[in-house]
Design a protein around this ligand. Structure first.
Ligand code: GUN
Length: 291
């Protein structure tokens, strides 16, 4: 008997398609006199953050959005950063504000995020954004789980009545992911480091989202044949190669659909940041009577 092979959900292809939509809507908005703008604020010299913010700004420019990168020394005070956020809140040319995390230890990240106007919170990290997602009101959804939902949508997957298992309970991925799946009428289980028998849970799942940040959290023996597997992990293997949380070689022999790493969820995260920024600008245009 030959092992079956899962269909790959191509994050690069889907991201390219969605970025094309963003570019078209951006042109339409510009024609009405409004250019969507994103401000990315980076404090300190975290190497990974430097790469992330560069990619975010480039993605904006490529899609025709305006973006500004504000870089500050690690010695910037919390009060100074709060003053910058306040200025950006009041800047009519800026529709989205992203303060790159992590922040230096002397700055209270929660306080800074709460200072961002919820109308410009394109990261979806503000308590008001989390609350809006929880109660099903309009707001901004965190980009990574939002991207995962778009991947499920791209294969025409109907979550109603399905069992979704989310591995990981972070505020940025696991918890909002669970809320989004629930909103689509899935039965949702959130597993985490204190879950005694992870395999017993994942074997029941029609959809598995792995968002832990550790290699081989999900192996072939833990997956029901035909399940959809979304891998949010970004890790390095022993050879230094980028890999996810899922044992791709093994799980792809059992799953029905699977997202690869790289080329899966990764490209979707920045894409959804563009979508959120454009959405913020479109709401602004509607308020100004430009729509
Ligand atoms: N650091 C790592 N990922 C992210 C992200 O998506 N947004 C922000 N603001 N900081 C991050």
């Amino acid at each position: 008997m030959t092992a079956s092979s899962a269909q790959i959900i191509d994050g690069n292809a889907l991201a390219a398609q969605l970025r094309g939509d963003v570019a078209r809507r951006t042109t339409a908005l510009k024609d009405r006199g409004l250019t969507p703008g994103l401000a990315v604020v980076l404090v300190g010299d975290n190497q990974a953050s430097q790469v992330y913010v560069r990619n975010k700004v480039k993605a904006c420019t490529d899609a025709g959005l305006h973006s500004v990168l504000e870089k500050y020394e690690a010695t910037m005070t919390e009060a100074e950063l709060l003053a910058r956020v306040d200025a950006l809140n009041n800047d009519p040319g800026i529709h989205g504000i992203l303060v790159q995390l992590p922040l230096p230890a002397h700055i209270d990240a929660h306080k800074v995020i709460e200072a961002i106007s919820p109308a410009k919170d394109v990261d979806g990290f503000h308590v008001a954004s989390a609350g809006a997602l929880m109660v099903g009101q309009p707001g901004f959804w965190p980009c990574t789980p939002y991207g995962c939902m778009k991947m499920l949508e791209s294969i025409g997957y109907n979550l109603r009545g399905k069992h979704a298992v989310v591995i990981g309970r972070s505020n940025i991925v696991g918890k909002p992911m669970a809320m989004m799946l629930l909103q689509q009428n899935a039965t949702v289980t959130i597993c985490h480091s204190a879950t005694p028998d992870l395999k017993a849970m994942t074997l029941q799942a029609d959809v598995i989202v792995a968002a832990v940040g550790k290699r081989n959290v999900l192996t072939a023996d833990m997956v029901k044949p035909g399940a959809v597997v979304i891998d949010v992990g970004m890790n390095r293997d022993d050879a230094g190669k980028l890999c996810g949380d899922v044992d791709f070689a093994g799980v792809s022999q059992v799953a029905g659909h699977i997202t690869p790493v790289p080329g899966g969820v990764g490209p979707m995260t920045i894409t959804m940041l563009l979508v959120n920024t454009l959405e913020a600008a479109e709401r602004d245009a509607a308020q100004r009577g430009l729509a």
